[in-house]
Unconditional design. Structure first.
Length: 156
């Protein structure tokens, strides 16, 4: 542990609002900004973690008190609530379901949809959930496309 005068700068940690699709990115940034620097003890890390939570993530950590050394337990609670395969897959399905069906060749809407699907694929790859993506999401994903693109999809 480094002396207190070295710890002047507060880590640049983003807020986490409880969106399971953003959990892995939040966790990775927190790891880089706090854990890997090896400057903070468990009590300080827990304080930063508690300060970064908002929305539905805040009640998940309500039982953890600042000043305690339950840092690992707090992460376990977040993982259980926001990082489980079923939770992430369900959130991805909801995001696909909420995207409006593309009825015409609207290039802007098609591009937005492509970006949404690409982001979800990236999340599934990162968390090693591709088996879930292959088995559950494609039908709902293709159904949002215009009829002409659906038929072309079937050719592949």
């Amino acid at each position: 542990m480094l002396p207190a005068f070295v710890k002047i700068v507060k880590p640049n940690v983003p807020k986490f609002n409880g969106n399971p699709l953003e959990y892995s990115k939040f966790k990775a940034v927190f790891n880089v900004e706090v854990d890997k620097k090896e400057v903070y003890d468990a009590t300080e890390k827990l304080k930063f973690l508690l300060d970064s939570e908002e929305g539905s993530a805040k009640p998940c950590l309500a039982k953890f008190m600042p000043g305690s050394d339950e840092y690992d337990e707090a992460w376990a609670a977040l993982q259980e609530r926001f990082g489980r395969v079923h939770t992430v897959v369900s959130a991805a399905k909801r995001r696909i379901d909420q995207f409006p069906t593309i009825v015409k060749q609207n290039s802007l809407q098609i591009r937005q949809y492509q970006e949404t699907v690409s982001e979800l694929i990236g999340i599934f790859k990162e968390q090693d959930f591709l088996h879930e993506l292959n088995s559950q999401v494609p039908e709902a994903t293709v159904a949002k496309l215009p009829v002409r693109l659906c038929s072309r999809w079937a050719e592949f």
